[in-house]
Write a protein that binds this ligand. Sequence first.
Ligand code: UGA
Length: 439
Amino acid sequence: MFKIAVAGTGYVGLVAGVCFAERGHKVVCVDIDKTKVDLMKSGVSPIYETGLEDLMKKNYKAGRLEYTNDYESAYKDADAVFIGVGTPENEDGSANLSYIATVARQIAETIEKDCLVVVKSTVPVGTNDKVEQFIHDFLINDVRVEVASNPEFLAQGSAVHDTLNAKRIIIGTQSSWAENLLQKIYEPFKLPVVSVNRKSAEMIKYASNDFLALKISYMNDIANLCELVGADVQDVAKGMSFDDRIGSKFLNAGIGYGGSCFPKDTKALEYLATQNGYDLKTVKAAINVNKDQKTLMYKKASNRLITFNGLKVAILGLTFKPGTDDLREAPSLENVPLLLNQGADIYAYDPIGAGNFAKVFPEGKSRKGSIKYVSNIEEAIEGANVCFIFTEWGEVKAIDAQVYKKLMRTPLVYDGRNLHSVEEMEQAGVEYYSVGRAP
Ligand code: UGA
């Protein structure tokens, strides 16, 4: 078993650290935020993730997991330091690597024994070469340090499960020393390992995420065409899914992908291509389709209604997907200001994301309209003139068509996630619009 330090306690870092401890390693998670460290020590996770707190408590109690803001003590005698800090998007679409650089320098200035630095954060191809050079430039002690790439493929909402049951572990190294060490660290996971060179590992992460983004945008493009010609995109997806070259996942049309990964990673790869004088046409197309898709429901409703001014508008779902309170790049963030500018009185429901949303759009009068957060679906739709569905929460999917008919002032529903049956809504007398299906 190894002594592992993990830099950064966001989705990537914390989940990795907890899972390494769960598989028997001795782990210390480092974060500069003292309040966050104290919170984690008391067994509270700073992120909402199924099963995470249980594993945090279990491994902390067993003495395999620690948290600290003292990076020196954590890094100096670690066999490996995993970097899981954020790489947010710069305005031009490139990745901001300043957090990685800070950690790299701290590692260089503190390690006292041979150490493998493993970058889990998503970084542009070639970054790990630079990180290695950077560490060597600042290295104080005479020790061996190498950098390996080990991209992360977990999805928010199922992060712990995805890590412990990963489809593959990608290991990108430049020496057999680094490769062997990383292989051994992952041995207790008993998962398939793909060992490649560092740049290929970095590219695998982007190529995988961007392929999934492309798949979604492709289905959204097809959905928009389906509507025009009278086909049903869900039936089309079902028919396609039997071909295992296509697969059955990520074929759901809707109001576009959000989150901290696909929007950022598509733009970063396009940026990398442009920097290298290459026009990455497919990824560019995925980005463009997604941009238009996000406000599709708003545009449809604007065509149907003269104005939103003074209308009670119900919004069901604010997060970028269910199972998380994360709002990053969520379609709701684009639609709500459009509605408020038009004077809508919004009643928004989200089982866990409303608190975060209220930080961006505080309750009360806002622009020409107003926004109120309610704790149940009925309160949101009661007396509403129109209802928008932005997130595919199970409880929203479970609403019976009759409920819209009974509670809404005008039963007019714009479903950006294709949660309801067109037939059932029609039979209940609800005017229902969705994505890629006949109204
Ligand atoms: C994504 C990838 O799925 C992970 O494999 C990857 O590790 C992660 O990014 C990352 O790079 O860290 P995540 O962003 O958590 O994970 O969420 P997804 O479940 O992939 O969903 C992304 C977006 O696509 C959501 O807005 C979702 O609603 C949308 N989506 C997904 C669709 O519109 N249609 C689909 O069929 C599937």
